[in-house]
Every structure is written in structure tokens, then in C-alpha cells.
Design a binder for this molecule. Sequence first.
Ligand code: ZN
Length: 408
Amino acid sequence: MNKTILKKYANLLIKSGLNVQPKQDVLIFANVEIYPFVEMLVKEAYKAKANYVRVIWADDEIYKAKINNAPLSVLKQFTGIDKAEMDYRIEKYPCMLHILSSSPDASKGIKQDKEHAMIVERNKFIKPYRDILDNKYQWCIAGYPSKAWGKKIYPELSANRAQEKLLEDILKVSRMGEDPNKNWEEHNKNLKSKCETLNNLHLKELHYTSSNGTDLRVGLIPEANWLGGAEETVDKKIMFNPNIPSEEVFTSPKKGLAEGIVYSSKPLSYNGQIIDKFYIRFKDGKAVEYDAEVNKDLLRDLLNIDEGASYLGECALIAHDSPINNTGILFLNTLYDENASCHLAVGRGFTNTIKDYEKYSKEELHNFGINDSSSHVDFMIGTKDMKIVGKTIGDKEVVIFENGNWAI
Ligand code: ZN
């Protein structure tokens, strides 16, 4: 891959993604396999006058070895080092860049129950920190494939070529072109205008139907906004792009108001494994019944991380005729696949969807109906014949999506 293009990508992630400000600290979470690109990111961050850049390295095999071999009692511990790390984050509010590289089935063979028990226990310690950090720091999630991920998508190619081909796809859907930062400025304008149209409708419900059997009504919060593209931090009002790419406009639904059944339309890669061909039935907002042809146990785990994990936290709308979907590639990674299809999320809702959210306490925000959980998992439900009818606070029905695409 051409170095100039990669430097441009690194610049996009530091500038439009994180929007690093002088004297800010930066944390980069990355896989050891992609270190040459991480070097570029670090240099770009210092070029943006970052104060201190730290890389937190990961490796799928080391992670798996740890889960499968270390005693659960040890894995569950929230040690002094963990505490120091979280204390640092709530003191400095460093920008956080997450680079996704893992193969969708990197955790095949992992002791799933043990991992689940570890996550549940550790989330109890981490959640109070996450609540403090919420909306106060710049973050961005983007991708740079490992060889294994490339091979998963292009098994017919050599590992090197497969990685490069998938990287080319990723750069394409990340709106690179001549001037990536300018492309993102333009793209954000378009997303904001879509949000405005939706906000002016004052919707209180969405009714999703599709020929695959989906028939789901989801209640919305009249005080909540539709958001999309760039966001800003609550105190310092620094703009950043949380996801590169991002094609969605989304809102947080009202906890307790979801009735009916919804079928997945793409495989879901979760914790390094794939859950596929599943449905979830909701009653009074809660997932009460579910099944999956692939990995039902993992679906059960993700719905049971905590109380809020079985309630909805996000409704996101993306046209079926979208740039990512039109590549025809199934990336087997939620960052890309969720931006190719309408999706929902179970778990934590977004408090910043509430108008003037900074004026309310956490508790008040949840009283509006924003779901709370330590987890947030998107799953794709959009199809080419999906219809979505909205109901306004004045009980008027408006067709929002017809045949998988925007009708407004
Ligand atoms: Zn989303």
C-alpha cells in the first residue's frame, strides 16, 4: 500500500476523527500486527501538538491465552494498575482512538463462559468511570485489517494481498479521495440536514416491517434528537467524528416501549465470534425471546451482561442504497456493516440525544427513557424491502423508509 495514502488516512483519523487539540493526551488502541500504521498515527498526533501519545497494544492470541489459562478469580480482579489507568482517564480526558484489526472469528476456541464472567465483573468497576467520561472526551473508531481479517473476506487471495485488498475497501468507504478532511466536512453537512428533517417531525414511534418477518414497533423519546456524523464534547465543545466511516442518523429509543419481532439481516461479529441468522422478540421493551442459527449462546450472553443489556439503546437509519452496502462487501465487522444497514442496538442509549442534555443529571436523563447498561451492541436489521412508518406526537403517520431507502 502506498505510504502517502496511509499517511493521509492517519491524518484523517487524527484530524477529523479525534480532532486532537494542542496539549491533549492521546491513547491509541491497536493490534501489534499493524505497528507501521500506528507509528504514522503517533507522528500525526504529535504533529497536531499532542502533549503525550500512548499506544495500548493488543494481540488476539495473547488475549485468548490469557482468558483460557489464567484463573477466573484473577481475570475478574480490578487491580491497582487498572484503577490507576481509569483515574488517569477521568483526570486528563485523553482522546481515544480505537483501530479495529481483528478477524471476525479471532476468538474461536476461547472459553466463552469464563470471558463472559470476566466482562460482567470488570464492567461493574469500569462503569462508574465510563459514566464520568461520557460525552467529555474525543474518541474515534476506525479500521485497519489484519492479515487474518483480510483472508476471511478474500480467502482466494494470499494473506498479504487479502489484507491489502480489504484495506483498499476500507479506505474507499472511509471517504478518502483527494481531500479526506474536506470530504468529511461535506458529508457531515448532509447527515445534519437529514437529522433536521427527522427532528422536525417529532416522532414518538417507528414501525419496522420487512418480508423477512420483521414487525417491530419501537417507542421514541419526544425530547430526544436524531444525531449523525460529527459530535462535540460537552464542556469544551470540540467537534470530533466518533466513527469513520459513518453513514447513520440515530436516536435513543424510549426504554420499555418495543413490541414485536425483529430479524437480523447481516451476521454480527461480537467479541471475536459470529452470531448469525437470529431474531429477537421484544415485549414491554425487553428482549423476551430469541434464537440464532449460529451461536445462540453468545446471543444469550450479550443480552444478559446486565439488566439494561436486554433493552434497546439505539435506532439507526441508513439507506439500503448506501456507499458501503453498494460495495457489495460484507466486512464481518460492525463498524462497517452497521453503516451499510438500518440497525438497532441493545444496551446503553446515548444521553446526548436529549436536547440540552448537559443541564440534566445522569438520573434525570435516564428518567426520559434512555436505557442504561455497561454494554452497547449494534445489530443489523435493514433489508431491501424494509418499510418504516413513523408516528408523530400528533398521531400522524409518516413513511420514513420505503423499499429499504429514505422516503423523506
Ligand atoms: Zn449506530
